[in-house]
Design a protein around this ligand. Structure first.
Ligand SMILES: Nc1ncnc2c1ncn2[C@@H]1O[C@H](COP(=O)(O)OP(=O)(O)O)[C@@H](O)[C@H]1O
Ligand SMILES: [Mg+2]
Length: 244
């Protein structure tokens, strides 16, 4: 479904990604680990086509179409959706108006209730929202869009214990939209997680560690998470590179 080949990306005049190769099959969920500043958010931004990223080499192919230089709205129409790590405040645009435009039906209030966001519909997007409220708002918008390829940038970060189960449940529904079991899953995903908490709620097929703009290794998500927790990134990457 997604094939990334030798991708080099610049942001702010600096080369951040330096030759990423990654393939995600139909219905697969992949997880991306990596230390702060390694380029995880930049990779998601490049796939979605956010304006601050400049692809200098390589390409991104989605469902057989080269989207490397495609405008962001066309990528969204093709079914790619993203939950940002730190989305911007959008002063002057109410949450309800954005959700209504995105929704393919008009169940804005019902949908907002499900995310405990009904009291936020009249507010400007993200303005004065807490960390957890921003995540619920992002998920509400993403769910309305019904994407086929989902990019999640640290969906659980800043979410308090009370909301974490709700976020986990909603992410699960997003990924398993068309079925109630893991078999027959049609939505694919690339998920960044620091804590691994989201893995308690979704099944993941493959995990990768990004460091210094390169993918250093891959493995089963639970194995990699265990190694990272026990050894830290530096030692984990060195050890796994020897094994590979
Ligand atoms: N728009 C930008 N301008 C300048 N530097 C940027 C920009 N976006 C990201 N960077 C830099 O690129 C590096 C990788 O950032 P990021 O992809 O956010 O890392 P991660 O998500 O892995 O923590 C960081 O050093 C960050 O400061
Ligand atoms: Mg990030």
């Amino acid at each position: 479904m997604l094939k990334i080949k030798d991708l080099h990306v610049e942001a702010g005049g600096k080369e951040i990604l330096r030759g990423i190769n990654l393939e995600i099959m139909d219905g697969q969920t992949s997880v991306l680990f990596g230390p702060n500043g390694s380029g995880k958010s930049t990779l998601l931004a490049a796939i979605m086509g956010l304006g601050h990223c400049k692809v200098t080499k390589g390409n991104i192919v989605y469902n057989g179409v080269d989207i490397t230089n495609m405008p962001i709205d066309e990528r969204a129409r093709m079914g790619i959706g993203m939950m940002m790590q730190r989305p911007p405040n959008i002063v002057g645009v109410k949450l309800k108006d954005l959700v209504r435009v995105i929704s393919k039906d008009d169940s804005v209030t019902d949908r907002a209730n499900e995310f405990r966001m009904d009291n936020f519909l009249e507010r400007d997007i993200n303005v004065g929202f807490s960390g957890g409220e921003i995540k619920r708002s992002e998920l509400l918008q993403l769910t309305a869009q019904k994407p086929k390829f989902v990019l999640l940038d640290e969906p659980e970060s800043g979410v308090d214990l009370e909301s974490i189960d709700l976020v986990g449940k909603k992410v699960r529904e997003l990924l398993y939209e068309d079925s109630h079991c893991d078999l027959g899953k049609t939505v694919s995903a690339l998920v960044i997680t620091h804590t691994g908490q989201i893995l308690d709620h979704i099944g993941a097929d493959r995990a990768y560690i990004l460091n210094d703009g390169h993918i250093k290794c891959s493995g089963r998500p639970t194995d990699l998470l265990k190694d990272i927790r026990e050894r830290g990134y530096k030692e984990c990457i060195q050890c796994r590179m020897v094994k590979m």
